[in-house]
Design a protein around this ligand. Structure first.
Ligand SMILES: Nc1ncnc2c1ncn2[C@@H]1O[C@H](COP(=O)(O)OP(=O)(O)OP(=O)(O)O)[C@@H](O)[C@H]1O
Ligand SMILES: [Mg+2]
Length: 262
C-alpha cells in the first residue's frame, strides 16, 4: 500500500511555542483518518503541514512520496485537496457554484478567460451530482446555506482528483439535517474505490463519518494517541484528551460521547 503522508518527529515552532511537538504520523492510501483535539491543539497546523502549505521547524515531512524542502510545492499542492474555512474564504461570493467547482481544475478561483474543456465541465457536473448540489449549479456561492457551501468546498477539493483529501471541520456550524446529510455522503465516500486517502478534523465524535478507519488525537501539539479507530476513540483516551471523565459509545458505526459524572 502507498504511504501518502509520512511525518517524522515534526515540530512547528512559532514565537517560542510549539504548535506541533514531535509529531510522527503515517497515512496509507486506503486509510480514512479523523483528527480530534481541543481548540488550539494544532489540528489546522497539522493539515497545513500535510497540504505542503507550511514547512516544519524540525523533522521531516513526506507528502505523496515527496519530501518537503526538496520538492517544488507548486507541483505537489494540486495533488492534495484541502477544504477549510481558509480555503472557503478565498471563494468569490458572486461565482456560480458550477464555476467554483470547475475552476479547481485550473487551480484558480474566479472564472475569467480560461478555456474550459467539455470534459472538465462534465466532471464538474458529476462532482455536483456526487455531493448533492446538482440543483444549485447556477446559484452564486454567496447565496448558499452553510451546509451547501461545505458540500461545494468538498466538490471543489475533489474536482482535481487529489491523491489525499484533507477536510478541516467539514461539519462545523451545520444544523442536524445538514450534518447528517454530509456525514452520510462522507461515510459512503470513505468506501468508494476511487476515493483518495482521507483526513478529516472534527471536534465531536458524533461527527466522525462511518467507515473511517483510524484516529489521531492531538493535545498541546503532541500526539496523545493514534491508531485504528476502535482502539483509539475510547472513553479512556477521550477523558485524558479533554481532562474530563467521558463515556464513549459506538453504535452502528457512529460514536457518541458524554460526561461520565457518577
Ligand atoms: N503563526 C502563529 N504564531 C503563533 N501562534 C500560532 C500561529 N498560528 C497558530 N498559532 C497558535 O497555535 C495553536 C494551534 O493552532 P491550530 O489552529 O493548529 O489549532 P486547532 O487545533 O486547529 O484549533 P481549533 O480547534 O480552534 O481550530 C493555537 O494556540 C494558535 O493560536
Ligand atoms: Mg483548527
Amino acid at each position: 500500500m502507498t504511504t501518502v503522508l509520512d511525518l517524522s518527529h515534526v515540530s512547528v515552532v512559532r514565537s517560542g511555542h510549539a504548535l506541533l511537538d514531535d509529531v510522527s504520523w503515517r497515512v496509507e492510501a486506503d486509510q480514512r483518518w479523523v483528527v480530534l483535539g481541543p481548540n488550539g491543539a494544532g489540528k489546522t497546523t497539522l493539515l497545513n503541514v500535510a497540504s505542503a502549505s507550511l514547512h516544519p521547524t524540525k523533522g521531516t515531512v513526506r507528502v505523496l512520496g515527496e519530501q518537503l524542502g526538496r520538492v517544488d510545492v507548486f507541483e505537489l499542492r494540486p495533488r492534495v485537496g484541502l477544504a477549510s474555512s481558509a480555503t472557503s474564504r478565498r471563494l468569490p461570493a458572486g461565482e456560480p457554484v458550477l464555476d467554483v467547482v470547475l475552476t479547481a481544475a485550473y487551480g484558480v478561483t474566479g472564472r475569467w478567460r480560461e478555456q474550459y474543456d467539455e470534459v472538465d465541465e462534465r466532471r464538474a457536473r458529476a462532482m455536483l451530482r456526487d455531493w448533492g448540489l446538482e440543483h444549485l449549479a447556477d446559484r452564486t456561492y454567496g447565496s448558499l446555506s452553510d451546509g451547501e457551501r461545505k458540500r461545494t468546498q468538498i466538490a471543489r477539493a475533489v474536482m482535481s482528483d487529489p491523491e489525499l483529501l484533507l477536510l478541516d471541520e467539514p461539519t462545523a456550524n451545520l444544523d442536524l439535517g445538514a450534518r447528517e446529510e454530509l456525514l452520510t455522503l462522507l461515510g459512503e465516500y470513505a468506501l468508494a474505490p476511487e476515493a483518495p486517502a482521507l483526513v478529516s478534523v472534527t471536534h465531536h465524535v458524533e461527527e466522525i463519518p462511518r467507515n473511517f478507519t483510524h484516529a489521531l488525537l492531538l493535545k498541546d501539539g503532541q500526539v496523545a494517541a493514534q491508531g485504528p479507530i476502535a482502539e483509539t476513540v475510547t472513553s479512556y483516551n477521550l477523558s485524558q484528551l479533554y481532562d474530563l471523565p467521558l463515556r464513549v459509545t459506538r453504535h452502528d458505526g457512529r460514536f457518541t460521547a458524554q460526561a461520565d459524572l457518577v
